[in-house]
Design a protein around this ligand. Sequence first.
Ligand code: MBD
Ligand code: FE
Length: 311
Amino acid sequence: MTLDIFNRKEVQDLLTAATNQEGGEGSPRFKQIAHRLLSDLFKAIDDLDITPDEVWSGVNYLNKLGRDGEAALLAAGMGLEKYLDMRMDEEDKRAGLEGGTPRTIEGPLYVAGAPLREGVSRIDIDPDEGAGPLVIRGVVTDTQGKPLANAVVECWHANSNGFYSHFDPTGAQTDFNLRGAVKTGPHGEYEFRTLMPVGYGCPPQGATQQLLDALGRHGNRPAHVHFFVSADQHRKLTTQFNIEGDPLIWDDFAYATREGLIPPVVEKTGGEKLGLKADSYKEIEFNFALTTLVQGKDNQIVNRLRASAQA
Ligand code: MBD
Ligand code: FE
């Protein structure tokens, strides 16, 4: 039964009042967005005849989401973060800005403050029996292939349990385990010596997984490594690559997988000379191409709340 009251004057007046459309105080932009989102919610309640019980279960869900600290995780899982990428891609396409390494979502698990090293950094600090050694290396260039010296590559990834340091529920990792930052050498080269990550899964008792369960979806990601790459006169790149062969590569609950972000994994020997924990190791070569500033600025820099710690 659709009551169809949404267009009545009392309802529209209520939306106008609740978002203070006629008052001079508050932020005009915030009021515009609040009015639109609240209107869309009211309309959905009317159109779908959403019951009071359903509304209150949604309200209480928001309390759980906040208690669990999972709002940004849910944003990734519901494709909201991917959608923002799609919009930035479209903006670039219309501006004729192509040729850089594809962007993909940041996710909620970055921690600022990792130690910055020259050229190469070993970032596996804590022992992890379940993980074999991995070298990630490559160059940072511009879209013409010109190497960028003194670029900064930041990297973060999960351990063999799929947990990230700083957010590990087992408490097993120190703050910057599997997180690092490297300044590129004269030919744009960088290298991380680390361990092979395993895919992430949402906390099973958390608000995000609860919602995914109601949708009949899983909350898992394929194994992946995150990067921020920045250099003078270039736009900061936010990306990831996936570990080739992971069965979830095209079934990522956060929709971050893209063509161009699945580099080959190569078997190597000589790890002992590099100080790795075994002589045979895996290597992934991954090069980054950065786009230039737009009219002197990074027009797509994303400001969001990020964790930070002291190394
Ligand atoms: C992750 O590791 C991640 O990258 C995203 C996007 C969401 C949850 C966990
Ligand atoms: Fe991740």
